[in-house]
Design a protein around this ligand. Structure first.
Ligand SMILES: NC(=O)c1ccc[n+]([C@@H]2O[C@H](COP(=O)([O-])OP(=O)(O)OC[C@H]3O[C@@H](n4cnc5c(N)ncnc54)[C@H](O)[C@@H]3O)[C@@H](O)[C@H]2O)c1
Length: 350
């Protein structure tokens, strides 16, 4: 039996309510307290769960002696709340993106380091079982050489607090997943964005990333599309993997075998893949709520006093790449990406 941990949640909007529900479903976790400036949000949550409620998260941190806290307030407030949690000696799960800027994100890591508390960032797609299964296959070399990775994350705009643009808010998911799966660093980026349509910031991104080992990444991300798509493609020598994040599905399309080359003749044209009609192989996935897997991994790291599976450094690098994409679009040129950390650690998989 695991030691019971006392946790709190700050921010009870769309995502914070999910954190509260998932923690409440865990046998060895006591959700002791929740905080939100919105009295109505607090009251509604308290009707469903028996927890102490606070409109001031600072009071909650002072009084409750929590082991861990989920910080699920708008991104612009992550630093403020995380610094208070670090000062109170509470381990931190902060939602993605870690902060609106690398500078603010680094301030969180510094405060946590000084206080000796753990920081994990809610890059939830790493915990999507289809992504985990794809990671295992890539590690086993199922694709041979990897050529390209592409993500499409498009859908309708939903009214919530939008204190960062779509590159920071949504593209950071895919930037992180790509780095996580490929275990490669991004060397340069080029992007075009469209802004000022639904928000004052970026509403759409078409971005290119050049990874180490000659791998190219493509990001098609917006909150303008009537159709919701969450898709990841990884193309390599032996075929193509396709992840449907929403359905938690993974499919593999095998490349046609290479045509034999006759000595003294020019290479035969490759067979037309569109004509091959090869059926995709659907890979069985054991479905699981990604947030549940993420929060379990966070609390396991707290219990074991181990590294969190998504480190603050990972989140800073994803955020830095997002910033470079936005800057590339502003300048209209490709930009190099240098690590914002003295030594960006390469992290292992969860
Ligand atoms: N991992 C994911 O897939 C995912 C999905 C959605 C949102 N998020 C992230 O979660 C965070 C919150 O997003 P959301 O969609 O839930 O936002 P939201 O606007 O729905 O909710 C934010 C909540 O924070 C509360 N709040 C604001 N200021 C506060 C303060 N000073 N103290 C306490 N509470 C305060 C608001 O009253 C509101 O209830 C963002 O960082 C966002 O990027 C992550």
């Amino acid at each position: 039996m695991n030691r019971s941990l006392k946790v709190g949640v700050v921010g009870l909007g769309l995502m914070g309510r999910n954190h509260l529900r998932v923690y409440s479903e865990m046998a060895d976790v006591q959700v002791a307290a929740i905080a939100d400036v919105d009295a109505g949000a607090l009251r509604r949550a308290a009707e469903a769960y028996s927890v102490a409620t606070y409109q001031d998260y600072r009071r909650m941190l002072e009084r409750e002696r929590l082991d861990a806290v989920s910080i699920v307030v708008p991104t612009g407030l992550h630093r403020e709340v995380a610094l208070a949690a670090a000062q109170a000696g509470v381990h931190i799960l902060v939602e993605k993106p870690i902060a609106p800027s690398v500078e603010e994100g680094l301030a969180i890591l510094e405060a946590a380091g000084e206080a000796g508390v753990k920081v994990m960032v809610g890059h939830i797609e790493r915990f999507n079982p289809a992504v985990t299964a794809l990671g295992q296959r890539l590690d086993e070399g199922a694709l041979g050489r990897v050529y390209q990775v592409q993500a499409r994350r498009i859908g309708p705009f939903a009214q919530r607090v939008r204190d960062v643009g779509v590159v920071h808010d949504l593209a950071t998911h895919d930037i992180d997943v790509m780095r996580f799966l490929l275990r490669l660093q991004v060397r340069s980026v080029y992007a075009q964005v469209q802004a000022g349509i639904k928000t004052d910031r970026e509403d759409a991104l078409l971005g290119l990333m050049r990874f180490e080992d000659d791998v190219v990444g493509f990001l098609d991300v917006n909150w303008l599309s009537p159709q919701k798509v969450r898709e990841l493609l990884v193309l390599g020598e032996r075929g193509l993997f396709r992840v449907d994040y929403i359905r938690q599905e993974l499919a593999f399309y095998q490349s046609c075998p290479r045509a034999k080359r006759r000595v003294g003749r020019p290479p035969a044209l490759p067979p037309d893949p569109t004509a091959s009609g090869a059926a995709p192989q659907s890979i069985p996935i054991e479905k699981k709520e990604p947030l549940r897997a993420e929060l379990e991994a966070f609390l396991a790291a707290v219990r074991a006093d181990a590294e969190t599976p998504v480190s603050g450094a990972d989140a800073i690098v994803a955020l830095h790449i997002a910033e470079r994409l936005v800057e590339s679009a502003r300048q209209g040129v490709a930009l190099d990406v240098l690590s914002p950390l003295a030594s960006a650690p390469q992290e292992g998989r969860a």
